[in-house]
Design a protein around this ligand. Structure first.
Ligand SMILES: Nc1ncnc2c1ncn2[C@@H]1O[C@H](COP(=O)(O)OP(=O)(O)OP(=O)(O)O)[C@@H](O)[C@H]1O
Length: 308
């Protein structure tokens, strides 16, 4: 469990994180999302006790980071965005090196190394050299290394950055599996498209501040509305606009690429009733589609300050 309260972090004159309150429970994957410079890395480094906060508290699994930074290090596994990697080792040797640094006895090490290579899907690469690994495989190797001490909490800083699409799917599945085992995971990204598939909650940061946060469904319901409707009408736009304006679930239509788009807070049945009313009023509907808004659109909106 991660619990951050009223966190503020300053670098000299720059406030990198301000008023950040965030909770991530066991078995949860929280997506820490924001553009470059939003404060994601600073937040993670502060959670590790590497940066002293100006004020606020961070408690991880009941341990206060400020008071007991060493204890926190035993609970948290951190994977930086571009971690150093020793090129002249074999895959298993790299993980074994870290197992040795955690003083895991030699006889237990082999099992431990093989277990985590299997978790990250690198068993087949066990005896290969690191230079031959793709960026995605390197990230998985770093994850195996991070998992060696069996941390309850994982902080993954942009793990998918520079990774190809298949590599991202692999990472996503591994993260899901780890959450399924009850780990608490905070994963940062500025690429949103795949985050909504495996995160249980999101915290969207912009210039050090949390702009929106909460469980994915709540964020969907609160901010994005249930769905987005796109309707293409042939002629009678006035009648169309009148019917939509009278619908309690519909937001204001905006003409985009020949179709009117608007947020719709109702269910599928209510969307279907709206379509029936439009047709009943003589509006010639050429197309009518309803889709869920995804996080990427939310992020664009957040960036565009539409939520103010
Ligand atoms: N060591 C430092 N000294 C001074 N300013 C810093 C330092 N590290 C980061 N910053 C500044 O703090 C702000 C937050 O940076 P941070 O790296 O936490 O953002 P981020 O969301 O992780 O971005 P990125 O995706 O680029 O890593 C930025 O304005 C950055 O320039």
């Amino acid at each position: 469990m991660i619990s951050i309260r009223d966190l503020r972090v300053d670098y000299d004159n720059l406030c990198a994180v301000s008023d950040l309150t965030l909770e991530v429970g066991d078995g949860e994957v929280c997506g820490l999302i924001g553009p470059n410079g939003a404060g994601k890395t600073t937040t993670m480094r502060t959670m590790l006790g590497l940066i002293e906060p100006t004020y606020g508290s961070i408690v991880i699994d009941g341990v206060d980071v400020r008071e007991f930074p060493r204890e926190v290090n035993a609970i948290v596994g951190f994977m930086p965005d571009f971690p150093p990697i020793y090129e002249d080792l074999l895959v298993w040797e790299f993980v074994d090196l870290f197992a040795a640094s955690y003083r895991i006895p030699r006889r237990e090490r082999r099992d431990r190394v093989d277990r985590y290579l299997a978790v990250v899907g690198l068993t087949e690469k066990r005896n290969e050299g690191i230079p031959g690994l793709s960026r995605g495989m390197r990230q998985r190797l770093m994850l195996a290394k991070t998992l060696i001490p069996d941390p309850q909490v994982l902080l993954l800083d942009e793990p998918a950055s520079g990774v190809d699409p298949q590599g991202r799917i692999d990472l996503k599945n591994i993260i899901k599996q780890l959450a399924g085992e009850g780990k608490t995971i905070l994963v940062s990204s500025h690429i949103l498209s795949e985050m909504n598939e495996f995160c249980t909650s999101v915290a969207i940061m912009e210039r050090g501040k949390l702009v929106v946060g909460g469980r994915i469904e709540e964020v969907n319901a609160r901010i994005m509305g249930a769905s987005l409707l796109a309707v293409e009408v042939l002629d009678d736009t006035a009648a169309f606009l009148r019917v939509v304006a009278a619908d309690p679930h519909a937001g204001e239509p905006v003409l985009r690429g020949g179709a009117y788009e608007f947020r719709f807070q109702g269910k599928a049945e209510e969307a279907s009733e709206l379509l029936a009313r439009l047709i009943g009023e003589g509006v010639r509907v050429a197309s009518f589609s309803r889709r869920k808004e995804n996080l990427e659109e939310l992020f664009l909106k957040v960036g565009a300050k539409e939520l103010a």
